[in-house]
Design a protein. Structure first.
Length: 64
């Protein structure tokens, strides 16, 4: 699993956890949602993480 997929999975897990923990508290649900979103927006990918992005190629290369 790539780094981006792991981050997205963590993001979704945090929001699901938020929904369970603050089930009956709408103010806390909204505050937690805002805080999670703010913290994830602060994430800046390091240059070495961007290397795994390989351009898509319609025609696969043949192994010889």
């Amino acid at each position: 699993m790539g780094q981006a997929a792991k981050v997205l999975q963590l993001y979704k897990t945090l929001h699901r956890t938020r929904q369970q923990v603050f089930k009956n508290d709408t103010r806390a649900l909204e505050a937690a949602r805002i805080k999670i979103n703010e913290e994830f927006k602060k994430l800046v990918p390091r240059e070495e993480l961007l290397v795994e992005n390989v351009p898509y190629c319609d025609a696969p290369t043949q192994k010889q």
